[in-house]
Design a protein around this ligand. Structure first.
Ligand SMILES: *[C@@H]1O[C@H](CO)[C@@H](O)[C@H](O)[C@H]1NC(C)=O
Ligand SMILES: *[C@@H]1O[C@H](CO)[C@@H](O)[C@H](O)[C@H]1NC(C)=O
Ligand SMILES: *[C@@H]1O[C@H](CO)[C@@H](O)[C@H](O)[C@H]1NC(C)=O
Length: 455
């Protein structure tokens, strides 16, 4: 009996839904829907005067167009041009190490910057087939189908990464930094990677090739940045090693991740979308007893500018290392004119020298941190075009929204731990204090969670 009544109610409900749908599709004119949409949420009478449309902001000045960072890729180069210089080819050309060494590089904006980073990893000996650019633009298939252009901040050229032998994964929607980290762990689960590396994209990396020269006439062996990373992985996989979660190479510019440690503590806190998420994660792992060490494997430079032609990193003959705005070497470090001319001739014949590339890389890093780091993330604003292309967003507006989410993430962290700053472990806070502590600051007089001196 109860069942019959239940069915009858459901049937009546279905009829009602059908009737409503019919009413919407057949009887309500669109105009009325629009009027309803714009008035239904206000308690003012419909006749009252709406606020006038806000005034327009002054137009944001568009920068000059960004140049193609690697023109050779559009000229059908021979495949053997697009690979590491011979000195770094060991790990990439010879038989692969038995360990899987996937390197995930998240990308949202600034193709020239990404391409420079990827090419530097290839040049430093990372096997291109182990590099996974994670396209996190939110542009769905627009880049896969080649529908964005270089001046669009979210442009990424799948074909060119393919020419380098590099893989691309596409996220289904634009993820925050914390979500992207969890996506990395998820991808590792799907692909049976027990460990993986991830890297920021605003880097230029180098193997310590200056050691190769010494190695050839001594008993020392030269190892590339990649081979040293493999060495660290092999070390951490040994029996008797303390349980570990991350291993850092130049803080987390390049990081080796132990997937199951991330999963064991519940992954990254996605309510802390950007900055402070790293503090939250690394401290929680520390509290859970995981070791997170650091090793030097090569030069990892944090840069905001892009070489005029990133082909210089692969030592393509004729491509010189240079970047716009380079102040040049300090006078005492500059080559004299004869040396400089000899070097230029050498570059024409055999490609750029490691020493010059590294010197230029250091100057790029200095430029990023000039003026106390105020320019640190200006690279993210470079491209401003792409209006009218699929998934187009206002470059400046995107930046504004992002900064608001960064602030909100810090506020969430501050509420979660009762403290504004990454030094939560040092002041005695413990894992089970999450969300249990009163604020240690006064919002009335000291500002909001994302403000204050400890960030
Ligand atoms: C991507 O690169 C290829 C090869 O250089 C080029 O032919 C193609 O036009 C590029 N696609 C876009 C959308 O720029
Ligand atoms: C991952 O490992 C499982 C179990 O060993 C296997 O069934 C599955 O096919 C593997 N998946 C991939 C993508 O290799
Ligand atoms: C190479 O060997 C020379 C002489 O022993 C030494 O001075 C130099 O520091 C070494 N260079 C590197 C990069 O190890």
């Amino acid at each position: 009996m109860a069942r019959v009544v239940h069915l009858a109610v459901r049937a009546r409900y279905r009829l009602l839904v059908l009737a409503l749908a019919a009413a919407v599709f057949q009887q309500v004119p669109t105009e009325s829907l629009e009027n309803d949409f714009f008035t239904w949420n206000t308690d003012k009478p419909a006749s009252s005067h709406p606020r006038p449309k806000p005034a327009r902001k002054p137009a944001y000045p568009a920068g000059p167009p960004v140049p193609d960072p690697f023109p050779l890729l559009s000229a059908h180069p021979a495949a053997d041009v697009l690979r590491a210089p011979a000195v770094n080819r060991g790990g990439a050309d010879e038989e692969h190490y038995p360990e899987a060494t996937p390197l995930l590089i998240g990308f949202t904006r600034n193709w020239p910057q990404l391409l420079q980073c990827v090419v530097s990893y290839v040049a430093a000996g990372w096997p291109p087939g182990d590099i996974y650019v994670v396209e996190n633009t939110g542009a769905m298939r627009a880049n896969t189908e080649g529908r964005l252009t270089l001046q669009n901040p979210f442009y990424l050229n799948h074909t060119q990464l393919g020419m380098l032998g590099v893989n691309v994964l596409v996220t289904p929607t634009l993820l925050t930094f914390a979500q992207l980290q969890n996506y990395f762990a998820w991808t590792a689960l799907e692909r049976n990677w027990t460990e993986y590396f991830w890297s920021h994209q605003d880097l230029i990396v180098f193997s310590l090739e200056n050691e190769a020269a010494n190695a050839s006439d001594s008993s020392q062996t030269y190892y590339t940045l990649y081979e040293r990373c493999v060495g660290v992985l092999q070390y951490l996989r040994q029996a008797g090693i303390p349980k570990w979660a991350h291993h850092f190479f130049a803080y987390d510019h390049l990081t080796l991740v132990n997937r199951d440690a991330i999963l064991a503590v519940g992954g990254w806190d996605t309510h802390i979308p950007y900055y402070a998420g790293d503090c939250d994660m690394y401290v929680r792992l520390m509290w859970a007893g995981y070791w997170q060490g650091e090793t030097t494997v090569g030069l990892i430079l944090d840069v905001a500018t892009v070489l005029d032609d990133v082909g210089a990193l692969l030592r393509v003959p004729g491509i010189h290392a240079a970047f716009a705005g380079d102040p040049g070497p300090e006078p005492e470090q500059a080559d004299d004119a004869d040396d400089d001319e000899a070097r230029r001739r050498l570059v024409e014949r055999r490609g750029e020298t490691w020493e010059h590339l590294v010197a230029v890389g250091y100057r790029m890093e200095e430029a990023k941190y000039a003026d106390g780091g105020g320019w640190r993330n200006t690279w993210q604003l470079r491209q401003t075009g792409g209006q009218g292309e699929p998934f187009a967003r206002d470059a400046e507006g995107f930046e504004t929204g992002l900064h608001m989410m960064i602030d909100t993430g810090r506020s969430v962290f501050a509420e979660k731990w009762g403290h504004r700053g990454c030094d939560i472990a040092r002041i005695g806070i413990r894992a089970d204090d999450a969300w249990q502590l009163e604020r240690d600051w006064d919002p009335e007089t000291e500002g909001m969670g994302h403000q204050g001196g400890d960030w």
